[in-house]
Write a protein that binds this ligand. Structure first.
Ligand SMILES: NC(=O)c1ccc[n+]([C@@H]2O[C@H](COP(=O)([O-])OP(=O)(O)OC[C@H]3O[C@@H](n4cnc5c(N)ncnc54)[C@H](OP(=O)(O)O)[C@@H]3O)[C@@H](O)[C@H]2O)c1
Length: 249
């Protein structure tokens, strides 16, 4: 079947396109670098023509609150309209576990706005909420660095490899729309501070990670379980330690 992957050139999108093709689907990577811009609408209707499934794994190119909100709202509206006009039977979007609990952050307010657009689209829809990607550990550390110190709370996380995200997404998007949210996560939990510390130590980064339960996560205050998925989350297989030995990072 034809599957349009919006953001199909990104970290998750490229892996998702690859897996869908391996399963025999006609996966189209829709992204500005491929002539499809969901903000301006350029190339979008043509990309959607004949599609049975559309999945949005795009991300905003800039992260200031207004920019990210404008991106997800405009892009989301255009995708929903184009998917409706094309008659897709399943519309899906990738979001973040705990988005509703992270509303102190401008980024997560924008993700919540994106989720609401999809939920209100009147189309058969699935929101897939993932935990933090292993590949995002450096960005988390960078965002919490002052001088040579990284300050992060010990709030629990259950991070996941981008390969596992793509594998689980591929299963969900070609399946039946759930009309709600599905959570996906990695196989093991750890503290957010530990996640960053293990990453930095493994790549030989000398920054010290200090536990600071008052430190924010992209502007949001975390409770112990803000980033933890529910008990029904679908789990990936790759462990953090194995990911280091198996991949370039
Ligand atoms: N980072 C995490 O730990 C995490 C956890 C859970 C969920 N998520 C969510 O996962 C999603 C994907 O993240 P990612 O890291 O894979 O993103 P990414 O690598 O930054 O890729 C972003 C993609 O969006 C495309 N894009 C940008 N502007 C566009 C536009 N105007 N029209 C169409 N496509 C556009 C880019 O296309 P070009 O290549 O042409 O620029 C690229 O394919 C995000 O929505 C994020 O919120 C992230």
């Amino acid at each position: 079947m034809k599957v349009v992957v919006v953001g199909g050139t990104g970290l998750i999108g490229a892996r998702l396109v690859e897996r869908l093709r391996a399963r025999g689907h006609d996966a189209l990577a829709a992204a500005p670098s491929r002539g499809v811009d969901t903000v301006t609408g350029a190339g979008l209707a043509e990309a959607m023509r004949g599609a049975e499934v559309a999945v949005d794994v795009s991300n905003a190119p800039a992260f200031e609150e207004e920019a990210v909100r404008a991106f997800f709202e405009t892009s989301g509206r255009n995708i929903v309209r184009a998917a409706g006009e094309a008659g897709v039977r399943h519309l899906a979007a990738l979001s973040v576990v705990g988005t509703d609990r992270l509303q102190g952050s401008g980024y997560f307010r924008a993700k919540a706005a994106q989720e609401r657009l999809y939920e209100a689209a009147g189309l058969p829809c699935t929101i897939v909420r993932s935990t933090q990607f292993f590949e995002f550990a450096r960005a988390i550390a960078d965002a919490s660095t002052e001088g040579a110190t990284v300050r992060l709370p010990a709030a629990r996380v259950q991070p996941i490899a981008a390969d596992d995200v793509a594998e689980l997404l591929a299963e969900v998007v070609v399946g039946t729309p759930v009309g709600g949210t599905v959570e996906i996560a990695g196989p093991e939990g750890m503290g957010l501070d530990e996640f960053a510390r293990r990453y930095l130590q493994s790549v030989g980064d000398a920054r010290a990670v200090v536990r600071d339960d008052e430190a924010t996560y992209f502007g949001a205050h975390l409770d112990a379980d803000s980033l933890v998925p529910g008990s029904r989350a679908r789990l990936g297989r790759v462990r953090f330690a194995d990911w280091f030995t198996a991949s370039r990072h």
